[in-house]
Design a binder for this molecule. Structure first.
Ligand SMILES: [Zn+2]
Length: 740
């Protein structure tokens, strides 16, 4: 596999540390032209063109070797990387993940801009083009206007639209947003796999995501800057809508126009925030709040909450499924994700004027389109981002368009990507790695002291039944089957119209599954995403081809790094099958508590150690000390340490089967075992603006990169041994937390 990654290294890297091995492209070419076969010195220097040398170069560019690895392993591994990747104009954050994404983005751009059009790519390419040109295409503005006009314009004024307002049905507006655009407003409805019986699908209803993290609405005084910026975004949009786009009837508006609407919308959204679950809840606690009932039962339960405001739930689901073959009856079962939210929502709606409700829902639609319609609207969104995320310049448009295209045409684009850029034998190597990690888990499970025999047997069953989806589906080699999976659809020149066509058809397709059978062994995931994950309902781990590329993986490089990076990801994902949320889903992915009470109690006691440990990490953000939330990040922290130790055992299996690996030429002081840990830590090198870091600390279930490295490795006995860290040094504290 040839990627732009190596050309970058060969052209740009100036070798400061290991001059004798690593040189520039110019030096290299000079040597090629003056090569003398008997000149051993030159031969040695040429070894820098090998995978080993390039790998060493790559690590050396990141590492700060003046730091003692037993003092601060994050700084040791990522010190130079962070210095070289200061967040600048175009990025709010920069992670190793993004480096891999950048390579894929460039590959996909090349595919989408290829002038040799064929049937597989044609619709994706038309969509991509419409996205690139969206801001300069008047068709989009006209399309937006026609939609907003249906909802009485925006924002609907207190007096001027009363007739129009009377004729509007809020439920139809809600369903339209949900069905045609998948834009969350006051609820989140649809279908998902039924986790009581994962061979079926079930209706779902739950809470929507809000524009800002919940805590910013709940504590507006503390987050004044962010809330003010949001208010300016709403008011600015309202002003532009009236002044420039002619939505409103009164042309003579003063500059403060829009403020009152912004206040109304924020007040309403704050009420939604107050009745929402706190994001700090553990996943298992959220799951326990779920209930399955019939639509009829839901109706009875909710009706008791208000004499004033009535929601006909059967009608709502009927509207949602219109256009599919499914007829929703009142006996249909529905998974209610938090009944309290629904009940409280009714109380909020009974005191909210219809005008504000419709204005809010139209706003949810508008805010997701701001960057796609006109330059002035896009600038507003950008101004908001400067404050909210610390971003100071707009994102490169083609990148947005590549991601949108690959999300709507996952197999058209994924198929082309795999054929053009992915070395098929990588799939075999990665499959062997996954096998080694599974074996490591199996051996550990057999000896795990804190699980009683019954629980242990269920865990072993679950591991044995686990599906794995590696790189890409086998049906990529089956032209007939592939043909059914490709999306062949007529696309127009209007980006907005295309979005609506694609989103509606994908929602209808999803909703049509309601009474069909869910096949656990079917590949339904994206192929190009740079991520691994655990699919609890299918009891599966997923490792797409996007994850199996540099800097994370290369089949020809030292496997210690592959195991430290991708092996860790696989180990982490398998761990989720056996953690605080995995315990609630059995080997078929059905929701069933398969741990005994005793095992559960022992686990919780051990897990508490991690909660305390991570609660003690503080980061300075925007002048304040902000604590890591040990409770919210608990599952992820445990998955990191569990994943790491199993990936390490798996690497030892690799060595046993294939022999010990050599050290890297530019890094002779590090053993392959030590490189494994450098690989692990380097995944989490990151650089973010403080605003983004704050948002992550408030909402992300993962700890920040620095903490993931320090927390995980200071609990790892294998790490301390590999680096011979003295007991009591920061990276090898006497008291460690351990579960696996
Ligand atoms: Zn995870």
């Amino acid at each position: 596999m040839k990627t732009s990654f190596f050309s970058i290294i060969i052209l740009c890297y100036s070798c400061v540390v290991q001059r004798s091995h690593c040189r520039s492209a110019n030096d290299f070419l000079k040597d090629v032209f003056s090569l003398d076969d008997d000149d051993n010195r030159l031969k040695d220097e040429l070894s820098c063109s090998t995978m080993e040398c390039q790998t060493a170069e790559y690590l050396l560019k990141s590492m700060n070797r003046s730091v003692d690895p037993c003092e601060d392993f994050y700084e040791y591994t990522c010190g130079l990387w962070v210095k070289d990747h200061q967040v600048q104009a175009t990025k709010v954050s920069w992670y190793q993940y993004k480096e891999a994404e950048k390579t894929i983005m460039n590959n996909l751009k090349e595919i989408l801009e290829d002038e040799n059009v064929d049937d597989v790519l044609a619709p994706a390419q038309t969509f991509y083009k419409s996205c690139l040109n969206s801001v300069n295409n008047e068709m989009n503005l006209e399309y937006l206007k026609s939609i907003i006009s249906l909802f009485g314009g925006w924002p609907i004024d207190t007096k001027e639209h009363s007739d129009k307002l009377r004729s509007l049905d809020w439920m139809k507006v809600y369903v339209y947003m949900e069905k045609n655009w998948k834009i969350p407003t006051i609820l989140d409805t649809g279908i998902s796999i039924n986790y009581m019986n994962t061979s079926q699908y079930i209706l779902t209803i739950g809470q929507p995501e809000l524009m800002l993290p919940r805590s910013m609405f709940v504590n507006p005084e503390r987050y004044k800057t962010q809330v003010n910026a949001y208010s300016e975004l709403i008011a600015g949009t309202a002003f532009l809508m009236y002044k420039e786009l002619g939505f409103g009837p009164s042309p003579n508006r003063n500059i403060n126009f829009g403020d009152e609407y912004a206040d109304e919308i924020i007040q309403f959204e704050t009420q939604l925030a107050k009745i929402k679950n706190s994001g700090e809840m553990k996943r298992s606690e959220k799951i326990l709040k779920n209930r399955v009932m019939t639509i009829d039962e839901l109706q009875t339960d909710i009706d008791s909450m208000s004499n004033v405001f009535h929601v006909d739930w059967l009608k709502m689901f009927g509207l949602l499924f219109k256009g599919t073959d499914v007829i929703v009856k009142k006996t249909e079962r529905i998974l209610v994700k938090d009944e309290n939210y629904l009940k409280s929502l009714l109380r909020v709606l009974e005191i909210t004027p219809k005008r504000i409700l419709i204005n809010y829902m139209s706003w949810c639609f508008l805010r997701s389109m701001l960057s796609d319609i006109r330059e002035d609207l896009r600038n507003l969104a950008q101004d908001f981002n400067v404050v909210y995320t610390g971003d100071v310049k707009e994102v490169v448009r083609w990148m947005d368009c590549v991601s949108m295209t690959s999300s709507y045409f996952p197999y058209n684009v994924g198929y082309k990507y795999v054929n053009k850029y992915f070395d098929k034998s990588t799939k075999e190597m990665a499959t062997e790695m996954v096998k080694n990690i599974r074996e490591a888990y199996m051996e550990q499970l057999e000896n795990l002291g804190w699980m009683d025999t019954v629980t242990r047997q269920s865990a072993i069953d679950k591991l044995q039944s686990m599906h794995e989806f590696i790189a890409y589906p086998d049906w990529f080699h089956d032209p007939l089957y592939l043909q059914n999976k490709l999306k062949i659809v007529n696309m127009t020149d209007s980006y907005l119209m295309n979005l609506e066509i694609l989103q509606t058809s994908s929602n209808l397709k999803k909703l049509s599954k309601l009474n069909t059978f869910h096949n656990h062994a079917e590949w339904t995931m994206d192929v190009v995403s740079v991520n691994g994950y655990n699919d609890v309902y299918s009891n599966a781990i997923v490792l797409p081809s996007g994850m199996l590329q540099l800097p994370f993986y290369h089949k020809n490089r030292i496997q210690a790094l592959n195991y430290g990076m991708v092996g860790l990801v696989v180990g982490h994902e398998i761990m989720h099958a056996f953690d605080d949320s995995g315990r609630m889903f059995d080997k078929q992915g059905n929701r069933r508590q398969w741990w005994t009470r005793e095992t559960m109690e022992t686990f919780l006691k051990k897990a508490e150690c991690f909660v305390q440990q991570y609660n003690n990490y503080n980061l300075t953000v925007l002048g304040n000390q902000v604590k890591v939330n040990g409770q919210m990040t608990q599952n992820e922290n445990i998955a990191d340490i569990g994943g790491l130790s199993h990936a390490y055992i798996a690497y030892q299996k690799y060595v046993k089967n294939h022999g010990a690996e050599n050290r890297l030429p530019g890094l002779p002081e590090l053993s392959p075992e030590q490189l494994f840990f450098v690989g692990f830590a380097s995944i989490w090198c990151e650089s973010t603006t403080e605003q983004t870091l704050l948002n992550d600390l408030l909402t992300d279930v993962h700890s920040p990169g620095r903490i993931r490295v320090l927390g995980t490795l200071s609990n790892s006995v294998e790490f301390a041994k590999a680096f011979q860290c003295p007991v009591g040094s920061p990276m090898n504290p006497e008291d460690k937390c351990k579960i696996w």
